[in-house]
Design a protein around this ligand. Structure first.
Ligand SMILES: Cc1cc2nc3c(=O)[nH]c(=O)nc-3n(C[C@H](O)[C@H](O)[C@H](O)COP(=O)(O)OP(=O)(O)OC[C@H]3O[C@@H](n4cnc5c(N)ncnc54)[C@H](O)[C@@H]3O)c2cc1C
Length: 277
């Protein structure tokens, strides 16, 4: 077992956390620690210092307004799974992260900033057109999910910034949201393919479609050609098959799966979810 002797800063307020982050831009931010502690234990992370956010309650919780849903970065997957205001598909997503212990401790913000290509929530944020609130001592800005993940484990977060919240625009009753994760097991399983989608139907015709996949490349990606092909079409076998044929993903072979399997399963789950709407 490795011993970590790095100093731990435990700010109690957001202001203190931002000041600490400004003074220690190379410190490791710690939220639930379900990724960070694994990296430390495995020896891939040797932090010079830690900034523990856990006691900053203002970063926790979900509130809805006509403009949308505001989710604090420290909100756990258990909190998400219990929140009736969020689309049922998103609650399904929360229930697939690890198992109960991980869901009680792991946070939304940690999953987003960890930026693993296999992060379960990443395609959902793209499908829901979420925006991330980033704060530093210098001020606050919002970055669209589409602009946040820049490459493998690289994000738009600056060294002195914290992710403080996620803003999900309010959905219309015509929106249909779906989530699918394909892994080896139902729990404690890293995904082979993750799908998040939101389709807005107007009298049975696709008015808007946002379809995103995770685990099939270094960053989660929208299926833009499929989305474009669906616009203005009713969802039936002919239109769905024609659109799914345009899916353009180039997954990797890795220890969890092969590119061929990922390609095949991505098409299969996309077809099934679209036809289920
Ligand atoms: C057994 C096990 C099973 C798991 N299963 C899954 C799974 O099925 N699906 C899945 O997606 N993930 C899984 N994970 C990974 C992990 O649980 C999730 O990614 C979780 O959401 C991370 O949240 P956290 O609060 O624990 O992050 P932490 O470990 O605290 O932090 C993760 C990263 O984000 C940074 N960070 C955290 N919060 C902020 C913030 N507010 N501002 C700036 N930077 C921040 C940290 O510095 C670090 O780089 C699993 C982990 C374990 C150990």
């Amino acid at each position: 077992m490795l011993t970590c002797t790095a100093p731990v800063h435990s700010p109690r307020t957001l202001e203190d956390a931002l000041a600490t982050r400004a003074i220690h831009p190379f410190a490791t931010v710690l939220a639930g620690g379900t990724d960070v502690m694994v990296y430390i234990e495995g020896g891939s992370l040797k932090p010079s210092a830690l900034i523990d956010l856990w006691k900053i309650d203002v970063l926790r919780g979900i509130c809805t307004s006509p403009a949308g849903t505001h989710i604090g970065a420290l909100t756990t997957w258990t909190d998400i799974a219990r929140c009736e205001a969020l689309p049922a598909a998103f609650r399904d997503c929360a229930r697939t992260v690890g198992a109960a212990q991980i869901q009680n401790r792991g946070t939304v913000g940690g999953n987003i900033v960890n930026a693993s290509p296999a992060g379960d929530s990443l395609p959902m944020w793209l499908a829901l057109d979420a925006r991330f609130e980033l704060r530093s001592w210098r001020g606050v800005r919002q970055v669209a999910a589409a602009d946040f993940w820049l490459g493998y484990k690289r994000t738009a977060l600056a060294r002195d910034e914290l992710l403080t919240a996620v803003i999900v625009p309010s959905s219309s009753p015509a929106d249909h949201v779906r989530y699918r994760k394909v892994g080896t097991r139902l729990a404690q399983s890293i995904s082979k393919v993750v799908l998040g989608l939101r389709v807005r139907l107007d009298e049975g015709v696709v008015h808007e479609a946002r379809i995103a996949f995770g685990s099939v490349g270094p960053v989660p990606a929208r299926a833009l050609a499929v989305e474009a092909a669906l616009l203005g079409k009713p969802l039936n076998e002919a239109s769905v098959d024609a659109a799914v044929a345009l899916l353009d993903i180039t997954p990797l072979d890795d220890i969890r799966s092969t590119a061929d399997y990922r390609n095949a399963v991505a098409r299969r789950i996309l077809r099934a979810e679209l036809l289920s709407l």
